[in-house]
Design a protein around this ligand. Structure first.
Ligand code: 5GP
Ligand code: MG
Length: 178
């Protein structure tokens, strides 16, 4: 069923069960790689908060979680400039950091995060994203874990918003083209 957020219409795109299956797959892959150390998950706010919560519930080994907040989107297009709103405040010495992104679009946000992490005395970092738009992503940064690849649609739900609305939807909707 269509939904309306502000002045726009969205149609169902990815079901709750498909999302949950992707989250489980990512958790399982990460679990297999980090049985013997405690990774620090780094969630990228705001969009990844539900993904982070669900992923951590599926992650069966010791782990830590922290968050970073950046902003690049205005309405439905990326502005290209990314601002750091909440920075890193823990000791990351020798830690394996696994970045948790809701979605990678142009990769501008990811590039900024990698820039920040490279200034830290970490052991290594890995990137996990629930959604990736491969047709738009133009950066060289390797993405280690991808949940679902999607077309170049603007999506909402499961943490992702349109101008503040839609984050609480259990499934993902896409902007309806007129
Ligand atoms: P990028 O910097 O890769 O262009 O965009 C990354 C950020 O923009 C994401 O973390 C997300 O917050 C936002 N974003 C990118 N694509 C979408 C989309 O289709 N829908 C929504 N709601 N946000 C998006
Ligand atoms: Mg984000």
């Amino acid at each position: 069923m269509e939904i309306h957020l502000h002045n726009k219409t969205f149609t169902p795109y990815i079901s709750e069960s498909e999302i949950q299956q992707s989250v489980k797959n990512i958790a399982k892959k990460i679990s297999n790689n980090y049985k013997n150390e405690t990774p620090l998950f780094l969630g990228v706010l705001n969009g990844s908060f539900i993904f982070c919560a669900d992923l951590l519930k599926e992650y069966k080994h010791a782990c830590n979680i922290s968050f970073i907040k950046l902003a690049s989107y205005e309405q439905t297009t990326s502005t290209g400039t990314v601002n750091e709103l909440i920075g890193l405040n823990e000791d990351l010495t020798n830690r394996t950091v696994i970045v948790l992104e809701d979605i990678v679009d142009t990769g501008n946000t990811l590039e900024k995060i990698v820039e920040i992490l490279k200034q830290q005395p970490i052991k290594e970092f890995k990137i996990a994203t629930l959604f990736l738009k491969p047709d738009v992503y133009k950066k060289e940064i390797f993405i280690d874990y991808v949940g679902l690849e999607i077309k170049n649609n603007f999506i909402v739900g499961y943490g992702l918003d349109y101008d503040g609305l839609g984050r609480n939807l259990k499934e993902v909707y896409k902007l309806k083209e007129n």
